[in-house]
Design a protein around this ligand. Sequence first.
Ligand code: BDR
Ligand code: CA
Length: 311
Amino acid sequence: MTRLIIDTDPGIDDAIALFLALASPELDVAGLTTVFGNVTTEVATRNALTLLDIAGRADIPVAPGAAAPLAMNYLGAIPHIHGEDGLGDGGELAQPSRRAVDVSAAEFLCREAAGATILAVGPLTNLALALRLRPDLDTLVEQVVVMGGNALGPGNATPAAEANMMNDPEAADVVFGARWPVTMVGLDVTHQVVLPGPGIDAVTTGDTPAARLLRQAIPLYRDFLAKVNGLDGIYLHDPSAVAYLLDPGLFRTERWPVRVETQGISRGKTWPSLGGTDDAAPSAWQGRPLVTVCVDVDAPRVLDLITTRLS
Ligand code: BDR
Ligand code: CA
């Protein structure tokens, strides 16, 4: 069984990812750390606690993360996509039954992540801060699976950059440059994993507290994607990263060093070094570790895995 710590900014697809992880006997969710992104860190922490109550897992600790990126101000919440409450504004959310633990996310990761897998489905600030606190942490963690980035295709926060990377490019560049094995589950694959109407029905019609929460959370996200992207369904960004943990064979991967642009109009863009440069001049990719980058996915099987587990 994989001992798992989830770093998250819930967020509607984060909520689906969390329920999927909790419904998977292969994964032992040992803690949640929270981060700004879809919502502020304060709201993300409240949502993490409430989601765990809903899932009947109030035994799992939640550690509150950084409130802002390493080198800029927080870009702000995106209520038009995830709601003012971060969970679709579809009804009153219950107050959490308990409080977060009183260590920071970075401290929690330093204490708990040795031998564990970190699943990071928000901006990577907490992971970078944990490495500052404990520089050998990247030799102790089993692996880091990141939902974020775009290797070969366009971004979603800007034409260049994906939202989680855009929210803290400096932190992302640290995480992709550290010694832990990193897998990037980015838009190259998550834009292929679209849960259509019947699949949404399958995960929302049950009479469980989790299905009820998803029933009230998903419509806002679905309407946004229909209006703005002309999509008939919802992108399962964060749940795809859980699917990678459950069955990596469903993904085609390449191994490339990855840098994250921190300047100019393509700030937040993840740049793999695809090779093929004309000379051997030193480059900013030289000496960087290879990242496992997901470049293609068997989307029907990922959707089947996710809907089966959540139905
Ligand atoms: C990522 O950004 C967030 O809005 C989602 O929760 C997901 O983690 C997709 O770009
Ligand atoms: Ca997220």
